[in-house]
Design a protein around this ligand. Structure first.
Ligand SMILES: NC(=O)c1ccc[n+]([C@@H]2O[C@H](COP(=O)([O-])OP(=O)(O)OC[C@H]3O[C@@H](n4cnc5c(N)ncnc54)[C@H](O)[C@@H]3O)[C@@H](O)[C@H]2O)c1
Length: 167
């Protein structure tokens, strides 16, 4: 338990999947008394995840639709957050995709671009849009992957996309 998190606001991207790491992070932060904002693709069950945590922990939480491949969606998400919150104390850039392909040469260009959009450029754009809500002591947590350090043949685009977080 971290008592200094009580009453603070966490925005977690990609937290609308009950089986995913993002939901686990949301649950841990809610148990520490944080208000949690679930930001995920509209088709995900962010609202259901939010309800579950509210029942489990009594936390305050909300849902913001977000598609990290779409600048308008990022911008709309940031605007809605600014209407509702004075600041974001913790931003967890958890959303990520890791398509499994056998060989780089078999990949469609669009898929390569999407991996970079979700795993690297989207979080950067979101961060810029959220700057007015981030305070000097706000924390930003970027999910990385060992696939960013070591070549994993089945996940070719992850290798160049993930080290962006290590720079
Ligand atoms: N699971 C692992 O073994 C593992 C290992 C290393 C790193 N990671 C990283 O941890 C993070 C979470 O992994 P996970 O296994 O829980 O993944 P997951 O696939 O269960 O969840 C990913 C989440 O990202 C969301 N997402 C996908 N595209 C999006 C988009 N365009 N805009 C907004 N949200 C989008 C999905 O809807 C989903 O909720 C990812 O960044 C992943 O790369 C996972």
């Amino acid at each position: 338990m971290y008592s200094d998190l009580e009453g603070k606001v966490a925005l977690i991207t990609g937290a609308g999947d009950r089986e995913g790491i993002g939901f686990g992070i949301a649950r841990a932060l809610a148990r520490d008394g944080m208000e949690v904002v679930f930001a995920d693709l509209p088709g995900m069950d962010a609202a259901g995840c939010c309800r579950t945590l509210r029942e489990e922990t009594g936390c305050a939480c909300s849902v913001q639709p977000l598609d990290l491949t779409d600048e308008a969606s990022i911008s709309e998400c940031a605007s809605r957050l600014a209407e509702r919150y004075e600041h974001i104390d913790v931003l967890v850039n958890n959303a990520g995709i890791f398509p499994r392909q056998q060989r780089v040469g078999d990949m469609e260009d669009a898929l390569w671009d999407t991996v970079f959009a979700v795993n690297l450029f989207g979080p950067f754009k979101l961060f810029k849009q959220l700057l007015p809500l981030l305070r000097h002591k706000s924390s930003i947590v970027n999910m990385a992957s060992r696939a960013g350090k070591r070549h994993l043949p089945a996940m070719p685009p992850i290798r160049p996309a993930r080290p962006g977080w290590s720079c």
